[in-house]
Design a protein around this ligand. Structure first.
Ligand SMILES: Cc1ncc(C[n+]2csc(CCOP(=O)(O)OP(=O)(O)O)c2C)c(N)n1
Length: 699
């Protein structure tokens, strides 16, 4: 089918590839930076996908059943920008002239949410291809929910262009291994095997047989000449055959495309240096002449190239129209005969926001328990209301408490479940979950021990950068992991996560705070959330207060980062101080306040002093510092402020200022029972009390 199409339209495709090369060279030259290697060497790969293979429509860039395309080799962004422009997406020639300039639609690497037609932000190598695995999983899960023997409303492929760099990265190995295991035959990767990376030819560091490695993952391996449309089409016909097989029959496909780096530039063809930006203005003019274009004016595209692009883009758009005709027919039938499916479709695709808890559920959130247990309960409650929620853990489901009830784990043959076994692949898991969320229709959660968030960090960062609400559940959040020792006890992780812009990081102190954190996470539409949760049981804070907290205060508190748990006692003459804490240390702060208030303290000169203590619970100290009004109200500068957290101190400096101090951890943890470690590291009311008194020169 593709071979026939390409034979019929070979001239048009060649014209478009020519335009891609011209635009790529001009944009990189004008920007004086960027990567011209891919627009030159990969012009045929991109043109082939956008104009001969994919079902997509520039006028409907969010059409749910469009084929997804991921430029995993994001440094070659000008390849994609040129293709989007030629395919008539909302990207003008003027936009291309602004390549890499401030505020342009054509930033250095493709950015999701910024430029029409960009499915995900790429550039950190290996992430894009891993996102694509997630998109393919999402497609299969949605297909299992909506397709029947008569109609396939969800029926698309996910295509990737990846280079040597992407396939060297560990994250791609994790994700592609799972893709093979799940036999994701709708994933088709065009591997631009051009033998070069930045430092030279790949033989300096990369000598395995990539095809054999992917074959071992369970992929189909095909070969093609990356600069020859017919060769590409022949391979794609086979890949397409694989992708049409039923679930569980065959794996994804890797087409190893041997191409010539820098093709089109007589000076740079085949040279490793072409990866970056070596072409001078003269080199560009020479290349244009070599390509048969005598008008060397910057950004000039011959009219025949535009005509070819328009012609093939029109053919493409027709497929979208026919999908909508089927869609209208099928859904009006569902509306009458299958309201469950009809409502599910509406729920997943038309109501953008997910649902929070029923008020009554929040009231039931009571009792002593680990916040991971509270999280498990919250997740189950929310999953019952939100069919979009899907996900799992990196082989720690029993510890992270993330398995959804009343549903199954997906497997190669059956994607109707909502649980996913990611295996021990944290980085791949996080990137895959971003892909699931990016796909649309589903919201992914994933889980592991907090200490291993380091393994997921690049993907968590990208979720924040893309402003997508993927959920990261991170349990076992302190030294209180206990006997497993320092390798498993997070220290700097909370602070490191809080340092990521646009990531909601919540460290709840008990069951109610956990429920409220979960609700916020679910209602977030444009920020990912990381939940830091305890392994150990925590007291229900209400049981330590004279009266129950007001749920609205907690809800408001999470939005502003903190809320008041206990105010100063009314005693006149007392010295006022504020204690502030997050997570498992909140209860310590509360009990410390009681201790401090229960006795008279003494200055060095023997003067008696009475302390009056306010306690603030700060699930998100990084949010609190962004809300100066709340910060000043809850923790006024005029009082000494003492923070406590079983982790690195960095989150609290701005809050306590120079008049306060932070009780934290500056060493790794240790292997021992949690209760022993609590005493050893001083996370007890008695030790914190001594710390505070000491700081105030009191006894
Ligand atoms: C995680 C990560 N590490 C390093 C880089 C910097 N970098 C950008 S492109 C590149 C080489 C990529 O080689 P390849 O994928 O073969 O692309 P080609 O040279 O063929 O364009 C590197 C190391 C990056 N973008 N991401």
């Amino acid at each position: 089918m593709f071979t026939q199409f390409v034979s019929e339209h070979k001239n048009d495709l060649e014209n478009i590839a020519l335009a891609v090369r011209l635009l790529g060279m001009d944009a990189v030259l004008k920007a004086k930076s960027g990567h011209v290697g891919l627009p030159l060497g990969g012009a045929e790969l991109g043109t082939f996908l956008y104009f001969a293979v994919m079902n997509h429509d520039a006028k409907q860039p969010h059409w749910i059943d469009r084929d997804r395309f991921v430029l995993s080799a994001g440094h070659g962004s000008m390849l994609q920008y040129a293709l989007l422009h030629l395919a008539r997406y909302d990207l003008t020639k003027e936009d291309l002239t602004q390549f890499r300039q401030l505020g342009s639609k054509t930033p250095g690497h493709p950015e999701f949410g910024h430029t029409a037609g960009i499915e995900c932000t790429t550039g950190p190598l290996g992430q894009g291809i891993s996102n694509a695995v997630g998109m393919t999983i999402a497609e299969r899960m949605l297909a299992a929910r909506f397709n029947d023997s008569h109609h396939s409303l969800i029926d698309h492929r996910t295509f990737v262009i990846a280079g040597d760099g992407c396939l060297m990265e560990g994250v791609s190995a994790e994700a592609c291994s799972l893709a093979g295991h799940l036999k994701l035959n709708r994933l088709i990767v065009l591997y631009d095997a051009n033998n070069i990376t930045i430092d030279g030819t790949i033989d300096i560091s990369f000598s395995e047989n990539v095809g054999k490695r992917y074959e071992a993952y369970g992929w189909n391996i095909l070969n093609a000449d990356g600069n020859d449309f017919i060769s590409l089409a022949q391979a794609m016909d086979k890949a397409n055959h694989f992708s049409n097989m039923p679930n569980g029959e065959t794996g994804p496909t890797l087409i190893i495309c041997k191409g010539i780096p820098g093709k089109g530039s007589p000076k740079w063809e085949g040279k490793p240096k072409i990866h970056g930006n070596p072409m001078s203005a003269e080199d560009v003019i020479d290349a244009k002449k070599h390509l048969g274009v005598s008008n060397t004016e910057p950004f000039y595209i011959p009219h025949y190239c535009i005509e070819s692009a328009n012609k093939l883009a029109n053919i493409c758009a027709k497929k979208t129209r026919s999908w909508f005709e089927t869609f209208n027919k099928v859904t009006s039938q569902w509306e009458k005969e299958n309201p469950e499916k009809y409502n599910l479709w509406k729920n997943l695709f038309e109501n953008n926001s997910l649902k929070g808890f029923q008020e009554s559920t929040l009231n039931l959130a009571q009792g002593k328990m680990a916040t991971r247990t509270a999280s498990g309960k919250a997740l189950c409650e929310l999953a019952a209301e939100n069919p979009a929620l899907v996900g799992g853990s990196a082989d720690l489901a029993g510890s992270n408490l993330t398995t959804l009830p009343n549903t199954t784990f997906i497997n190669a043959k059956d994607f109707s479940g909502r649980n996913i076994h990611f295996g021990v692949r944290e980085h791949g898991m996080a990137a895959i979950c971003n892909g699931i969320t990016l796909h649309g229709g589903l919201r992914a959660f994933c889980a592991t021990f907090a200490v291993f968030s380091d393994y997921m960090r690049p993907a968590i960062r990208l979720a924040a950068l893309m402003k997508i609400p993927t959920l990261f559940i991170l349990t076992h959040d302190s030294y209180a992991v206990g006997e497993d020792g320092p390798t498993h006890q997070p220290i700097e992780h909370a602070a490191a996560l809080r340092a990521i812009p646009d990531l909601n990081v919540y460290r709840p102190a008990d069951i109610v705070e956990t429920f409220v954190a979960w609700e916020n996470a679910i209602l977030s539409e444009n920020k990912p959330t990381a939940l830091l949760l305890t392994r150990q049981d925590l007291e229900d804070i209400d049981s330590h207060l004279p009266e129950q907290r007001n749920k609205d205060d907690i809800k408001e508190g999470i939005k502003k980062g903190a809320y008041l748990l206990k105010d100063f006692s009314n005693e006149n003459q007392a010295h006022k101080i504020v204690l502030i804490a997050a997570g498992s240390e909140v209860i310590i702060a509360l009990n410390t306040a009681k201790l401090l208030e229960s006795k008279m303290s003494e200055t060095a000169s023997g003067e008696k002093v009475k302390l009056s203590v306010r306690v603030v619970s700060a699930q998100a100290p990084q949010v609190l510092v962004e809300n100066p009004v709340t910060l000043n109200k809850l923790v006024p500068k005029e009082y000494p402020i003492y923070a406590i957290e079983a982790g690195s101190p960095q989150s609290w400096g701005e809050i306590v200022g120079r008049n306060g101090a932070i009780f934290s951890m500056k060493t790794f943890g240790s292997s021992a029972p949690a209760s022993v470690l609590a005493k050893h590291f001083g996370f007890t009311p008695e030790a914190f009390c001594s710390f505070v008194l000491n700081q105030m020169n009191l006894r």
